[in-house]
Unconditional design. Sequence first.
Length: 119
Amino acid sequence: VQLQASGGGLVQTGDSLRLSCAASGRSFSGYAMGWFRQAPGKEREFVGARNWSGVTYYADSVKGRFTVSRDNTKNTVDLQMNSLKPEDTAVYYCAASGRGATSSTWDYWGQGTQVTVSS
């Protein structure tokens, strides 16, 4: 099983960036897919996720700015990030959970992609 994240980079405050994640190696039917991030010196935190049914969940810090979308037929999940702030700087990880988007247990993880927002 592999989750391959891409799309990170260096942007300025207020810019937009889109991350993509392609999952392979098994069926992800019924799985939630989403994104986490980890900033230097901080614990990994939940960003947003989308259930198989299409219900989405977001961290308060990104609501209204970030959007999670997925293509169930292609096993891909994207994270559209708008109005980026320096505090959004982190390594972003995609993940998949067989227990739903609100589960504390995520079964599969991608390798991470760096997002840096300059002020």
